[in-house]
Design a protein around this ligand. Structure first.
Ligand SMILES: *Cc1c(COP(=O)(O)O)cnc(C)c1O
Length: 383
């Protein structure tokens, strides 16, 4: 019996992003279904071991990237009354994860060349309540990574990296996640690899990992070890607040398959982004973000439009020609919930946010499709 038909779901639309799945994932999920245990068990343990072979340090898998960030902050003792520095242009998840702990996300400006956190602005917003900085590796870019850690060390801040965009990327030949204080990834459907939904935290701080391992299972002390050996804790203790944030075996089985394709996926993304760069660099009406695609694995491909181009018009024009685009992101400080905590205007964020638009990027695109997209843009500009 055929359960899935991936072919028939192939869209005519050129999607902004998508999951890239094949037979292996299907087989892996069916295997878990046949075995009949769907919760957190040996497949989560295996996925953690697989990830450990990339990071060379402890990993805890959770239900999504937002939970990864939330648990990482909680495990650092961050909560009510504390402040966390984060760039305003990021996925809402970064902000809501901070808010979930009871702490306040402090919206920071961005560096216009990388769209990563502006450290001068971040520095100016440090108070005695500031406990952490959450750098977002926007589009896979680490930004001023050394600068972030210097600032953190001077002001004794924890660094919780929102690395949701950068899985598979490297720095000096080492995988992102294999270094840095606490690094959080997302494996949601459209990220560099997926486990359906999912995420993980990796760090050398064993105290943090142990706290996360408990907190993902409602705080049940050492329940992780029990689950990995196919048992449950009937008699247990709880030391701290916890959540139902663990990964399931179904998700982990998909994640392990995807991890094997990491190099293939990464190369495809890097090649496509480089292709876009080379073609789009020649356009006067827009600019590209220069990134080193030997080490950056781009999750998204944003470009910046010059002032005279109306983004909404371009977006609509492309949509009519079957090209989906995205906006990464509406600045969080413009949302009602976060508007009041703004400490000072974010001039650079405000100047750029309605000028950025993301073009389709996922491993199933090819150069012909990109040529089509680029020609559509050309057509719009020559109107
Ligand atoms: C995807 C994403 C997250 C959250 O991950 P989920 O798995 O969707 O919860 C956090 N931050 C950024 C920048 C993201 O893109």
């Amino acid at each position: 019996m055929r359960i899935f038909n991936f072919k028939s779901s192939e869209p005519k639309l050129i999607k902004l992003s998508k999951s890239v799945l094949s037979r292996e994932e299907k087989r892996a999920v069916i295997k878990v279904l046949k075995e009949g245990y769907l919760g957190m068990g040996k497949y989560v343990q295996k996925f953690e071991n697989d990830l450990n072979s990339i990071f060379n340090r402890p990993v805890s898998c959770v239900v999504n990237g937002t939970a990864a960030l939330h648990l990482a902050l909680q495990a650092c003792g961050i909560g009510e009354g504390d402040e966390v520095l984060v760039q305003s242009i990021t996925y809402l998840a970064s902000f809501q994860a901070i808010t979930a702990t009871g702490a306040t996300p402090i919206p920071c400006d961005i560096d216009l060349s990388t769209l990563t956190i502006d450290l001068e602005d971040a520095k100016s917003k440090i108070t005695d309540k500031t406990k952490a900085i959450m750098p977002v590796h926007y589009a896979g870019d680490l930004g001023d990574y050394e600068g972030i850690y210097d600032l953190a060390s001077i002001h004794k801040l924890r660094v919780v990296e929102d690395a949701a965009h950068s899985f598979g990327g490297k720095k000096n030949g080492e995988y992102i996640g294999s270094f840095g204080d606490i690094v959080c990834f997302s494996f949601d459907g459209i990220k560099n690899i997926t486990s359906g939904e999912g995420g993980c935290v990796t760090t050398n701080d064993l105290k943090v990992i142990n706290k996360i391992n408990d907190a993902r299972l409602l705080g049940v002390h050492k329940d992780t070890e029990k689950r990995f050996s196919g048992q449950r804790s009937w008699e247990f203790d709880v030391l701290e607040k916890g959540w139902r944030y663990h990964m399931s075996d179904i998700m982990a089985s998909i994640g392990s398959c995807q991890l094997k394709k990491l190099e293939e996926f990464s190369k495809a993304r890097q090649k496509l982004a480089t292709y876009y760069d080379n073609k789009l660099r020649k356009f006067d009406e827009l600019s590209i973000f220069e990134r080193d695609y030997k080490s950056v694995v781009p999750h998204i491909y944003p470009i910046k439009l010059c002032n005279k181009i109306n983004r909404e018009e371009l977006k609509l024009f492309l949509e009519k020609r079957g090209v989906q685009t995205g906006i990464h992101y509406k600045p969080n400080h413009q949302l009602t919930i976060y508007n009041e905590i703004l400490k000072s205007p974010l001039n650079k964020t405000d100047s750029i946010f309605d000028k950025i638009i993301s073009l389709p990027l996922h491993p199933e695109l090819n150069e012909n499709t990109l040529d089509y997209i680029i020609n559509c843009i050309k057509e719009f500009l020559n109107k």
